[in-house]
Design a binder for this molecule. Structure first.
Ligand code: SAM
Length: 283
């Protein structure tokens, strides 16, 4: 199992099987397309669904938590992968946005690309197979409320996909609670390892911390490798896979989380041009 998981990193480039790629592509057009300011459409890291598919196939997780529902590519592709691989799953997905909130929604329907003003409930209800949505439980609210509530429920998860707030505090908070919520032998997948982007700061900072709590930390590029659409093709964004959790009984310190709130404020300045000690001398 572990050796095979290692292969997940190099596996994307050699491409998933055609059925999986087709399944992800179709769901991606409905739930993961992006539309740039100039009106061009592109897949937004649909590759995350290929990685999730691989993890479902290899690990056969039953209880799955997604942190950050977005428009649903993550949780719906997990449901579709589970069906394809014959795995029975219960998916809980968390988002600050409730299912009825209308948002800007780039989408391709019957070959026509357009931007809708629509909610998850509307798009899922019209375009997604009800057998997929049936295994997804949506929970609305900030993770600072919903994750402690899940801990209080005492329900562990076999696979946790962290993909909500990408600011430093949110990533630290969500990883700390995910580690607490993880079942023995479970795995955490984090999206958006992106050292060249400001929003990548959180995942880059927590990856070394995660090494103290997980026996294996794998970082691999994903964005655009199969479906195209990378923002920086020469340095594509990646994901972090944490496996072999070391400690069985961890607790989250609220006092230390508060310290990270302060740290976030200070560390954000590292991206502010006016604080960088380099100036251009213009002729
Ligand atoms: C990148 S999208 C998630 C994409 C989704 N995981 C997928 O694979 O399609 C991030 C989502 O996280 C939600 N989010 C951001 N910060 C959050 C927070 N603090 N608590 C809960 N949800 C949050 C946003 O509303 C957004 O819908």
């Amino acid at each position: 199992m572990t050796a095979a998981e290692h292969a997940a990193s190099g596996w994307l480039q050699s491409a998933a099987n055609a059925e999986c790629r087709e399944r992800v592509w179709k769901l991606g057009l409905l739930t993961g397309l992006k539309c740039e300011d100039d009106g061009t459409y592109a897949p937004a890291n649909f590759e995350r669904a290929l990685v999730l598919d691989r993890l479902i196939q290899l690990r056969q997780p039953r209880r799955i938590l997604e942190i950050g529902t977005g428009r649903g590519l993550g949780c719906l592709s997990i449901a579709a992968s589970a069906r394809s691989h014959g795995v029975s799953v219960e998916i809980t997905t968390l988002d600050l946005s409730p299912p009825d909130l209308r948002i800007r929604w780039p989408i391709e329907i019957d070959g026509t690309r357009q931007v809708l003003d629509a909610s998850r409930r509307e798009v899922w209800g019209r375009h997604i197979d009800p057998a997929l949505t049936a295994v997804v439980r949506e929970v609305a609210g900030l993770t600072t409320r919903t994750l402690p509530a899940l801990v209080a429920e005492g329900r562990p998860f076999d696979l946790i996909f962290i993909d909500a707030g990408h600011d430093l505090y949110s990533v630290v908070h969500d990883l700390a609670y995910s580690t607490k919520l993880l079942a023995p032998g479970g795995a955490v997948l984090m999206d958006d390892f992106a050292p060249l982007e400001e929003f990548g700061l959180g995942t880059c900072v927590v990856a070394p911390q995660a090494r103290r709590f997980f026996g294996k930390v794998e970082i691999f590029a994903t964005e655009g490798l199969v479906f195209g659409g990378a923002v920086q093709p020469e340095a594509p964004r990646g994901m972090v896979l944490l496996t072999e959790p070391i400690a069985q009984d961890v607790s989250v310190s609220r006092a230390r989380l508060l310290a990270w709130r302060v740290a976030e404020f200070v560390l954000r300045l590292c991206h502010a041009p006016q604080f960088f000690p380099l100036r251009t001398t213009r002729p």
